[in-house]
Design a protein around this ligand. Structure first.
Ligand SMILES: NC(=O)c1ccc[n+]([C@@H]2O[C@H](COP(=O)([O-])OP(=O)(O)OC[C@H]3O[C@@H](n4cnc5c(N)ncnc54)[C@H](OP(=O)(O)O)[C@@H]3O)[C@@H](O)[C@H]2O)c1
Length: 226
């Protein structure tokens, strides 16, 4: 049994990850923006009202873990937002909001729980293939692409720092998943369900070793270009 911290467990992929890990017997702590009552009812430990844009919330998360002397085997940062935009009508406040949540959020959380990680611990950050420079063949989605591309840089930087302490970092893409996040996305995609994405992401984290760390991996197992 390992101890997992899942950041962004209220809904969607994060919620499915919490449920699956709990079902297989791991100790799951879900850091939720909301109250996470649904997870609590299922017997999952919830730390409430953790907004990844808040220094106070990040500090409270770290303090709670420290206060109970909880060591983390695996952290998976899932929290994120997608705001659609279009050149000519870009709302720069929304660009900043997406960067604050999608890019700075995982860095803030990683810093807050740093001292809870030991040699052999793992950190996964769910970014998106849409943040891949090499994979961008269509443009659009300025704020989301930029925020997720920079999130990959956050993760790669964390890899360089944390690998020296024996902590393995992996950047993750869940696939195209039918959640609230993609509900209004225009276009015809072959969506998978959150449970399938969650199973793939968990498998990626299970398979992660110091030798395979510092890379960007699809939930289907494929390694993606930056
Ligand atoms: N769905 C896809 O096809 C897809 C593809 C590529 C990447 N991703 C990435 O996968 C991750 C999960 O997406 P999803 O599809 O599961 O989306 P979702 O169903 O909309 O869930 C997003 C989660 O992030 C949480 N969240 C949002 N803002 C937050 C904040 N400021 N602080 C803390 N938590 C916050 C939400 O909490 P509340 O419920 O309380 O709002 C929710 O639990 C995101 O990072 C997303 O960018 C998704």
């Amino acid at each position: 049994m390992a101890t997992y911290l899942i950041v962004g467990g209220d809904r969607g992929i994060g919620h499915a990850i919490c449920r699956q890990l709990h079902a297989r017997g791991d100790a799951v702590i879900a850091a939720c923006l909301g109250d996470g009552d649904d997870l609590t009812r299922q017997g999952i430990r919830v730390i409430r009202q953790i907004d990844v844009t808040s220094d106070e919330a990040a500090r409270r998360l770290g303090d709670t873990l420290r206060g109970e002397d909880i060591r983390l085997d695996v952290v998976i940062h899932v929290a994120g937002v997608l705001g659609l935009d279009e050149l000519g009508r870009i709302d720069f406040d929304d660009v900043r909001r997406q960067i604050e949540i999608n890019t700075i959020g995982p860095l803030r959380i990683a810093q807050a729980v740093l001292d809870r990680l030991d040699e052999g611990s793992k950190l996964g950050i769910v970014t998106s293939r849409v943040g891949s420079l090499a994979d961008n063949g269509s443009g659009g989605m300025y704020a989301y692409r930029v925020s997720k591309c920079a999130a990959n840089m956050v993760g790669l930087n964390l890899h360089h720092d944390l690998s020296q302490r024996g902590v393995s970092v992996l950047l993750l893409h869940p696939g195209m998943v039918a959640t609230d996040l993609t509900r209004d996305l225009p276009g015809d995609f072959d969506y998978i369900q959150p449970d399938q994405a969650a199973a793939g992401l968990i498998r990626n984290m299970d398979e992660l070793t110091p030798e395979t760390a510092g890379r960007f991996r699809h939930a289907n197992g494929e390694y993606l270009p930056w």
